[in-house]
Design a protein around this ligand. Structure first.
Ligand code: HSE
Length: 304
């Protein structure tokens, strides 16, 4: 059996008002390789890139690639195949760019290819959603583009929307770690009806503004009442970074996933300046950060 390699894009979930529902894929990729070993009875793991040394010391029974591969073998009702799993982490982990989702999606695709693809993309997405608990990172990681997903008790429904070519993303990743679990724990149990109505209107406007290329609407469309106001408190200088992005010419800005990454939606002409100005806010406050200017990924996870 030959080795199999898959690359999986970073994702920016929530997209402002679309908590646990909207997510888009970005052209930044983690790469995973599986080398089967018919004599092995457990997987071995190696790592390169971000946090490689820490990852190598973790309990490998919790490794998401291995867990996702196991889910495919179980679903396909076949004996597991073990081997060497190498993860090359290019996407900053635990920063709201869907790095964990890339591991889940990779494991599913690696095992599915190994078994000559018994599972459909829809089957894989359902498995990914079961493992992650919400679809807004795993869906765009698998499918690319913007994904609108509904995690209905009876069925997982989703649509994909191609993003306008003129749209770029200025992404700033501060050295502030926010676990998704903690970022979910700070959310209120109840919100006011008026705020719920605002979120429905903003999420609807967000998707339709992208479809109709009314990108000036993104500033209001990205406003959120479900999570951003609560999570801002976990990210120092968040409002200053948003203001710097708007001043430098972004259409709008929000928290990526559960943070700490902040993402601005920009016209091509301003994206690099927007990223620089956002980064300046962290740098002048002595918080190291990385900045990226990224396009939307249009293909989703793929074998390479
Ligand atoms: N929708 C999830 C959250 C995304 O905001 O908690 C986590 O990346």
């Amino acid at each position: 059996m030959e080795k199999i390699t898959v690359q999986v894009p970073a994702t920016s979930a929530n997209c402002g008002p679309g908590f646990d529902s909207l997510g888009l894929a970005l052209e930044l990729y983690n790469i995973f390789t599986f080398t089967p070993d018919e004599t092995a009875t457990v997987n071995k793991y190696t790592f390169s890139g971000f946090d490689a040394e820490t990852l190598a010391k973790e309990d490998q029974s919790q490794n998401l690639v291995g867990q996702a591969m196991g889910a495919v073998f179980q679903k396909a009702n076949t004996e597991p195949v073990y081997g060497l799993i190498h993860s090359e982490t290019v996407i900053p982990p635990s920063r709201g760019l869907g790095s964990s989702s890339t591991a889940i999606v990779a494991g599913l695709l690696l095992a599915n290819r190994l078994l000559s693809k018994p599972l459909t993309a829809h089957d894989l997405l359902v498995l990914a959603n079961d493992i992650e608990g919400h679809p807004d990172n795993v869906a765009p990681a698998l499918l690319g583009n913007l994904v609108c997903a509904v995690n209905h008790p009876n069925e997982l429904l989703y649509t994909t929307v191609a993003l306008p070519e003129e749209l770029l993303f200025a992404v700033v990743v501060p050295e502030v770690s926010v676990s998704t679990e903690y970022a979910r724990s700070v959310l209120p149990k109840m919100i006011a009806h008026k705020e719920a109505v605002a979120n429905v209107s903003h999420a609807t406007l967000f998707v339709t503004a992208l479809l109709q290329h009314k990108l000036d609407y993104l500033r209001i469309a990205l406003e959120d009442y479900l999570h951003v106001p609560y999570r801002k408190t976990l990210i120092p200088h968040c409002d200053e970074v948003f203001n710097a992005a708007l001043k430098a010419g972004a259409y709008g800005a929000t928290i990526s996933g559960s943070g700490s990454t902040l993402i601005a939606y920009c016209p091509r002409s301003t994206a690099q300046t927007v990223a620089n100005r956002m980064g300046d806010v962290f740098n002048t406050n002595n918080i190291p950060c990385r900045t990226y200017v990224l396009k939307a990924d249009t293909m989703g996870a793929r074998y390479v």
